[in-house]
Design a protein around this ligand. Sequence first.
Ligand SMILES: Nc1ncnc2c1ncn2[C@@H]1O[C@H](COP(=O)(O)OP(=O)(O)OP(=O)(O)O)[C@@H](O)[C@H]1O
Ligand SMILES: [Mg+2]
Length: 184
Amino acid sequence: MTYQVDIPKRYQEVNTECLSELKGFDLIHDFLFHARYWKCTKYKFDNSEGWTDQAFRVLFLGGSLGTGKTHTLCAIAKAYSVRASCIFTTAFDMMDYILKEKDSQKYKDTSLLIIDEMGRAFESEAARNRFFDLINHRYENQKPVVFGGNITQQQLANILGKALTDRIKTDYRKVFLTGESKRG
Ligand SMILES: Nc1ncnc2c1ncn2[C@@H]1O[C@H](COP(=O)(O)OP(=O)(O)OP(=O)(O)O)[C@@H](O)[C@H]1O
Ligand SMILES: [Mg+2]
């Protein structure tokens, strides 16, 4: 791995091959890894090779308990961090850090920000303001974000609020993992 990314112990051995077995693989792949290919189809560029993270794209990975969301997010983090910087975090850990340290720079700077366990941690007004500032900064600086969690799109929209929901709608994709819990 070229870039250091902190992945929780349980998921450290995650194999990035699992991404190709996903139903939403094409979408995730084009969205995150073949940005230029995606731009190609949209803006008719000639060069379909290459890779860039310079776009504000938002991917939402949803699904019920135990369907493999965190596993998949960690695989994305591993795959992405070969090419560019990436942070994998939970919403709670991230907001806890930002509110305690009064500093969200590292979450603004990283090429890809992956936030798991969306749903908690946005209760206070201070948290909502900080979160708006962070995501708005990434929007303005064209840096992608991945949200994961056992929440509905409506719940995600409620957390983001109207202004952020409006900002993400152009380059927004969603993948829902289905089936039984993979926990034995
Ligand atoms: N594609 C996979 N291959 C092998 N093991 C997997 C795969 N997907 C998930 N698992 C394993 O199944 C278990 C549950 O997966 P995971 O924790 O990612 O689910 P989750 O959707 O994040 O659950 P929750 O909603 O409770 O957060 C984990 O032990 C994980 O390592
Ligand atoms: Mg999980």
